[in-house]
Write a protein that binds this ligand. Structure first.
Ligand SMILES: C[S@@+](CC[C@H](N)C(=O)[O-])C[C@H]1O[C@@H](n2cnc3c(N)ncnc32)[C@H](O)[C@@H]1O
Length: 264
């Protein structure tokens, strides 16, 4: 198993559940699995998105694939309310060996972590029925803009993205999803952007998202310190800067992720 940016400690597992709540209203308005019965979720983590999918699409049965048994164990607990509709498979998404076919695929915040992620798109294909619906949501970290300019946050963010790249991930994979899907032979590919453009018009959202961002940034903190990319002081500076943004009269917090739909 390759190293993973956020790690698998219980606090991180809870952060994934919280994150799904914070970002859910941005991720789900477009996603449409109407008419689908069997969905493959790749990089399902602790089942945070699975929970939403099960509630939004009551006809779906979902197979959750993750390469971490501890994530899947936590997912089993989180999804106990729908245990008859969920299966769990502990596998590397690049080397899938499944015994069923699916009419839908969902991936969220996972391809960004997987070196040679095009192999996931290849690995999934043999297990899809014709016309299967795919919905992916992925990061586009270069889209992040904030005001006022703050050196602590800038430094930390550069290091965060460098750390992800050093682990074989791609913090801008969202921007390249269209090319990846086209090259892997998927069709009817459509791209969408989602995210936030916050300022003092929506002060409460601004505060909530800067707090959420702190948690996201911190989740890689220990790994980044261990790798020698930042110090404890840099971590504290990043947190302080995010607090400053929330209070600044000219605050701007902008970030876009990318969603893509496609079929086979
Ligand atoms: C940021 S989490 C996202 C989890 C979930 N999709 C969500 O949005 O809450 C990424 C997940 O991808 C999993 N993962 C990373 N590389 C993987 C691989 N090669 N095969 C399968 N799962 C992988 C990690 O274990 C982790 O649970």
């Amino acid at each position: 198993m390759t190293a993973y940016l956020h790690g698998f400690i219980p606090e991180e597992q809870q952060r994934l559940m919280d994150q799904a709540g914070v970002l859910g209203s941005l991720i789900y308005p477009r996603i449409d699995f109407a008419g689908c019965k069997k969905l493959l979720e790749v990089g399902s983590g602790v089942g945070a998105q699975t929970e939403t999918l099960l509630r939004l699409f009551p006809d779906l049965e979902i197979t959750c694939v993750d390469y971490s048994q501890s994530q899947l164990d936590r997912a089993k607990q989180n999804l106990a309310f729908a245990c008859d509709r969920v299966k769990f498979v502990c596998q590397d998404a690049k080397e899938l060996v499944l015994d069923e076919k699916y009419d839908s695929v969902f991936i969220c915040w996972a391809l960004e972590h997987i070196p040679n992620s095009h192999l996931v798109l290849e690995a999934v294909k043999p297990y899809l029925f014709p016309n299967a619906k795919l919905w992916f949501t992925e990061v586009f970290n270069s889209s992040f803009y904030f005001n006022p300019p703050l050196a602590g946050l800038s430094k930390y963010y550069l290091a965060y993205n460098e750390f992800q790249r050093s682990l074989g991930g791609n913090p801008d994979i969202g921007a390249n999803l269209g090319n990846l899907l086209k090259r892997a032979g998927y069709t009817q590919i459509e791209l969408f952007h989602g995210g936030f453009h916050l300022d003092q018009r929506n002060a409460e959202d601004l505060r909530n998202i800067t707090q959420y961002w702190k948690g996201l940034m911190k989740s890689a903190g220990v790994g980044m310190i261990t790798a020698g990319l930042i110090t404890e002081v840099d971590l504290l500076a990043m947190e302080k800067d995010l607090d400053l943004i929330a209070e600044d009269d000219n605050a701007v917090f902008f970030y876009h992720f990318v969603q893509i739909s496609a079929t086979v």
